[in-house]
Design a protein around this ligand. Structure first.
Ligand code: C2E
Ligand code: CA
Ligand code: CA
Length: 798
């Protein structure tokens, strides 16, 4: 079966070949070469015509001499004159034609050439035909021999003009006929025998002339076609060498280069003469050492095996050039190895581009540091190496800039970019000073450093980063201050794969940010537990709010002047079944990170307003609203809806916001502030004195009240400066007619001191922690008494 299949395939192949050949013939019909073939036939005939002209002239001279005494002298002179004239005309037109069509042939020229040749041949044939007619009958036997020999010799001249069959016949046929007429006129027996021989001879001559003419035609036709195809191939090759960066090369069997193009010489930095018959192996051997493409080529050349698209580096003058070579051995007619043929190209430019692309693919375009993709690869390898027995520990430093967003938003993205570049420079300097540390930009204002070595060295590196990146920056002559927080995780101690290493460093970073920024923090297991807890609470929060696990408790605000309750602050309380109370200090930051704090805020607004509506008219309720919620354009409408729904007077509602609202403040923040205050709702600035408190905000963004953070109250008695700060705030607040509440008042002394400083109200455990709504009436009742009992007698008397 396989045999059959093969035969079938071979048959198919044969058929294919035949079709290809037929196609090639059809593709190049004889018509295409007709003119050139005709011209070449004419040309060949004309070349011989000159030689044959000399012969005719010789005969025309000799014959009259031989017959001068026996034949008509007039006829002989006439024969000589006519033959000489025809020959002269032949030579002349021949020269004229050659000169005229030296550069190329034309249809008209060739046709004219044919016509003139035919005319002259006929004229000559007719002229010579008269010779046997006029001379044979009266001649002696010797002379008859001369005539027959001459006629036969002249008939054989048909061969000379043979390539042009028509011309040949026009010349020979009259001569043959003339010979017969001459023989017949003698009327002798011998002449008849000669006549028969002449017929045989003439038939032979004409037949072989016809055959020769056909052969000439075929030969010329083939030559023309080969020339034409050769031209086409040459044209294609030239086109190939001119239009691509490739060149063709060829060696002889000894390896010496044969075909050398200018382009090849140029690529190799040699002259064409230089390259000629230099061996390819020697040439390549002179290239840059250690390139394996080169070794492979040399091996293939030696083994006479083909090779494809091998790259070789080649040092040439100023620099390195890259060549791509393919080659294949070829055989001579006898099937013996004759050398190599192949293609070569100079790929230096495209290789440089490839290298550049590869470089760019690994680099962060802005800072030139390695990018995230490279980080993943290197971290992968580093983790694997660290996890191997006896491996050196690896550390990941995860860096996040503090305050970058502020610079970027206020000074513009150009300045932001410049800042990031300077940060990258500093990271480079820090990593250069620490052996085996590699810096990356992971995106935005996040960077990473992979460090190889002991944990202590990584911690020192983290400290160095915090110090170096915290130094002031100068951008276009403007000073900018940012810092960096660093999270640190170690492999294999904390993680053995890049994803978890990054996640753990991220947790550590989060903690570093949370604990005040501008510092580093290392990962430990408690962070993981916290993250776990974070996820758990996040998931539990939504159902908890729906299921009523959340409630508002109320902490009284007490007037320092007369110890009466002036209002309550609503504080979130979440009691998880099975766990108990979850502090808002834990819940709120998580809700803030997911945006759920907005839901909580809406619910708190409605709930607090509804509950406060039932309190005595003089009491206010304060609701904590997160910055991201307050910023929403629809926030004022939400407040109005809550007031409307519950019937609470706007001036009994206080919204507590923190200073973070002023960070990157949007127009809607100012608009919301203005509209709320215009409607009578009061605004309190919470936790004042922490973070980046600036009294200048108070003039820019008018509020009704500030709440001094309990951190100041805690140290009031022991730290003088706390009192100084409170005094300063009081001066400004009085100027701007802003109320001041002090938070976290726990002792009578604190309350007394703050009363002396003329703070308006106080809030704290001294009076009461936050209590459920139902206890509000009781608190309103009991607090004045409680405060009075706690105070020393003279204070309460005053
Ligand atoms: P905050 O607005 O500063 O609330 C005052 C916090 O101080 C309350 O903590 C309160 O229980 C506590 N506190 C009051 N008096 C004293 C005292 O004399 N000594 C001490 N050591 N602490 C005192 P709480 O309820 O744990 O709330 C913590 C924070 O959670 C709040 O701080 C507030 O920022 C946030 N928060 C609470 N409820 C809500 C809410 O409904 N919405 C929003 N957005 N945030 C809330
Ligand atoms: Ca508050
Ligand atoms: Ca507060």
């Amino acid at each position: 079966m396989p045999g059959d299949a093969m035969r079938e395939r071979d048959g198919e192949k044969g058929g294919w070949l035949a079709r290809r050949l037929l196609w090639a013939v059809a593709e190049a019909p004889p018509e295409r070469y007709r003119l050139q073939v005709r011209a070449d036939l004419l040309d060949e005939t004309l070349k011989l015509a000159n030689i044959s002209a000399v012969t005719h002239f010789a005969v025309a001279v000799v014959l009259p001499i031989l017959f001068w005494d026996t034949a008509s002298r007039l006829y002989l002179a006439g024969l000589f004159a006519v033959v000489t004239m025809i020959i002269g005309l032949t030579l002349y037109t021949n020269r004229l034609y050659r000169r005229r069509y030296a550069d190329g042939v034309s249809e008209v020229g060739v046709a004219l050439g044919y016509r003139i040749s035919a005319g002259l041949a006929l004229a000559l044939g007719l002229t010579w035909a008269t010779m046997p007619i006029m001379l044979f009958a009266p001649a002696s036997n010797d002379q008859r021999l001369i005539i027959v020999a001459t006629a036969a010799g002249l008939i054989s001249d048909a061969y000379v003009v043979g390539p042009l069959l028509s011309v040949s016949f026009l010349f020979a046929v009259p001569l043959i006929l003339g010979s017969f007429v001459g023989l017949a006129r003698s009327g002798e027996g011998i002449a008849l025998s000669i006549g028969v021989l002449l017929v045989v001879y003439a038939i032979f001559v004409l037949a072989s002339v016809a055959r020769m003419s056909r052969l000439s035609l075929e030969r010329i036709h083939d030559r023309v076609r080969v020339e034409d195809q050769g031209q086409t191939i040459g044209l294609l090759l030239n086109e190939f060498e001119a239009n691509t960066s490739d060149w063709l090369w060829e060696t002889d069997e000894a390896g010496g280069l044969q075909h050398v193009s200018a382009r090849m010489a140029q690529a190799l930095g040699r002259t064409e003469e230089d390259l000629h018959s230099t061996s390819l192996a020697t040439l390549l051997g002179g290239g840059a050492p250690g390139d394996d493409g080169m070794a492979e080529i040399l091996a293939c050349l030696a083994a006479r095996e083909p090779f494809r698209e091998k790259l070789v580096a080649f040092t040439e003058g100023e620099g390195l050039r890259w060549l791509r070579l393919s080659g294949k051995p070829f055989q001579d007619r006898r099937g013996a190895f004759a050398g190599f043929r192949g293609v070569g190209s100079d790929v230096t430019a495209s290789r440089a581009a490839e290298e550049r692309i590869a470089y760019l693919a690994t680099r962060d375009a802005l800072t030139g540091l390695s990018n995230r993709a490279v980080f993943r690869d290197i971290a992968q390898t580093a983790c694997r190496a660290a996890a191997a027995p006896g491996g050196t520990p690896k550390s990941l430093l995860y860096l996040d800039l503090d305050g970058f967003k502020l610079v970027n938003d206020s000074a513009g993205h150009g300045a932001g970019d410049a800042l990031l570049r300077q940060v990258a420079d500093r990271i480079r300097a820090v990593t250069a000073a620490a052996p085996s540390a590699h810096g990356f930009r992971l995106g935005g204002d996040e960077f990473a450093i992979l460090h190889r070595g002991p944990v202590e060295a990584a911690e020192a590196l983290a400290q160095a980063c915090v110090a170096a990146l915290g130094e002031p920056y100068w951008i276009d002559g403007v000073r900018a201050e940012i810092g960096v927080s660093v999270g640190l995780a170690h492999a294999p101690r904390d993680a053995t794969d890049p994803e978890s290493l990054l996640r753990k460093a991220d947790l550590a970073l989060y903690t570093a940010k949370e604990s005040g920024k501008g510092r580093w923090h290392a990962f430990d297991a408690s962070l993981e537990r916290r993250a776990q807890r974070h996820r758990e609470l996040d998931a539990a929060m939504r159902p908890a709010l729906e299921n009523g696990e959340m409630a508002l408790h109320y902490q009284p605000l007490v007037s320092l002047a007369d110890e009466h309750v002036v209002g309550f602050e609503a504080l979130l309380r979440w009691t998880r079944p099975g766990e108990g109370a979850v502090s808002p200090a834990e819940t709120v930051p998580i809700a803030e990170s997911t945006g759920f704090v907005i839901e909580i805020g809406r619910w708190a607004l409605r709930t607090a307003c509804a509950e406060a509506a039932g309190w005595p008219e003089a009491l206010r309720v304060a609701v904590n609203i997160s910055s991201i919620h307050f910023r929403l354009p629809g926030f004022v409408a939400e407040v109005e809806a809550a007031l409307q729904a519950t019937g609470l007077a706007p001036n009994r509602l206080e919204i507590e916001i923190t200073e973070t609202i002023f960070l990157g403040s949007t127009p809607s923040v100012i608009e919301n502030l203005r509209r709320l205050r215009a409607s009578g709702v009061r605004i309190a600035l919470d936790d004042f004195g922490t973070g980046f408190s600036s009294l200048s905000y108070l003039t820019q963004f008018p509020v009704d009240k500030i709440k001094i953070d309990r951190a100041f109250v805690r140290d009031l008695i022991h730290r003088r400066e706390c009192l100084t700060v409170i005094e300063a705030i009081m001066v400004i607040a009085r100027d701007l007619a802003i109320d001041v509440t002090v938070e976290g008042v726990e002792t009578v002394q604190q309350a007394e001191l703050l009363r002396l400083k003329r703070c308006n109200s106080a809030q704290g455990f001294l009076y009461s922690p936050a209590r459920p709504a139902r206890e509000v009436p009781g608190l309103i009742e009991s607090i004045p008494l409680k405060a009075r009992r706690a105070l020393p007698p003279q204070a309460s008397a005053a």
